[in-house]
Design a protein around this ligand. Structure first.
Ligand code: AVJ
Length: 321
């Protein structure tokens, strides 16, 4: 790979997000190319992910929604201690569709709690602060805009209440098994004895069912992956030809790793921000995302290794999630 030094006026006038730029360049200059799936979620990516959640092949959303709709009372009594006040903290709250059922139930029961949604998107937090008090009268809430662990620290400064953390959507699955163990340990370090975490995780099941969820017949997941190249084109002034990359999802039942790649259809070069030329050989891949699947006992082990005690489990009717 060759490096081309851009003329200074290009550097001075080009306004780009340098963290995003550096992460993209690091990933695409690596021997085995990769991009980080956290960058999927620009405005178009958010919309495509909503379409994925509504599509028939993508079962995890429907499974977790079913748990929150049908087992609301059991969830509430597992998380809320009678009479005790607590903070209900949601990591990556999104539009709170699923947790909304729990919030509504807790309010009806007169539970003494404050809802604290944490999200990296300021837009998400201001949206929740606008909509939730109207749909859930009487809800006490404090929106926290920032990184998960920074905001957990902030939540601890704001009150001494018992903490109940929600981490839904199988977002934990977007890390490798190794990083997941580190994440659980760090989460545990932000909590006190008596606090709880409710983690939504997609389980191992028939490999065809899992693969179909990441290779939907409508082609939405394909568009969702390619959208990151479109985002790089727009925000980092690159010239990816989207039609020159093929969506390639895989699932390995032995490891439980569901991974997606984009594969270059030809020998090609892509220029980024007038500074970097990235070469792709025909059939070379970019690793895009991992969605790790677990068994229940693997989850219990992860919890125990991070000094959590398993306190209960909730499943959808097929025991898929
Ligand atoms: C948002 C991480 C739960 O991995 O299942 C959906 C993202 N990627 N289809 C997942 C996703 C492709 C999703 N999570």
């Amino acid at each position: 790979q060759q490096r081309i030094i851009a003329p200074t006026e290009v550097c001075a006038t080009t306004q780009i997000n340098t963290k995003f730029y550096r992460d993209v360049i690091t990933g695409l200059r690596a021997t085995s190319k990769y991009l980080q799936s956290k960058y999927f979620y620009d405005a178009a990516g958010d919309k495509l992910f909503q379409d994925i959640m509504e599509c028939e092949d993508y079962y995890p959303f429907a499974c977790e929604l079913e748990i929150f709709m049908r087992q609301t009372a059991a969830l509430a009594s597992a998380l809320a201690h009678p009479g005790g006040s607590f903070d209900l903290i949601e990591l990556g709250a999104g539009d709170a569709t699923k947790s909304g059922f729990l919030l509504q139930h807790l309010l009806q029961q007169g539970a003494d709690f404050t809802y604290m949604p944490i999200d990296i998107s300021r837009n998400v937090i201001s949206q929740l602060e606008e909509t939730l008090p109207a749909t859930l009268p009487g809800l006490r809430m404090t929106g926290l805009n920032g990184e998960y662990f920074d905001m957990l620290r902030q939540a601890a400064r704001l009150s001494n209440n018992r903490k109940v953390v929600l981490f839904l959507g199988s977002t934990l699955g977007n890390m490798t098994v190794h990083d997941t163990a580190l994440f659980c340990q760090e989460l545990r370090e932000h909590l006190q004895p008596g606090d709880m975490a409710l983690i939504g995780i997609d389980l191992k099941k028939h490999p065809k069912t899992i693969l179909a969820a990441y290779n939907d017949r409508e082609g939405i997941t394909r568009k969702f992956n390619l959208n990151l190249l479109r985002r790089i084109n727009r925000e980092l002034h690159a010239n990816f030809d989207l039609s020159a990359f093929e969506h390639y999802p895989t699932y390995d039942p032995e490891t439980g790793s569901c991974k997606s790649y984009l594969v270059s259809r030809t020998d090609q070069e892509v220029e980024i921000n007038g500074q970097e030329i990235i070469r792709f050989a025909k059939d070379e891949h970019i690793f895009m995302e991992i969605s790790q699947k677990y068994t229940v006992s693997q989850m219990d082990q992860l919890a125990a290794d991070a000094s959590f005690k398993p306190a209960g489990q909730f499943f959808d009717h097929r025991k898929w999630f």
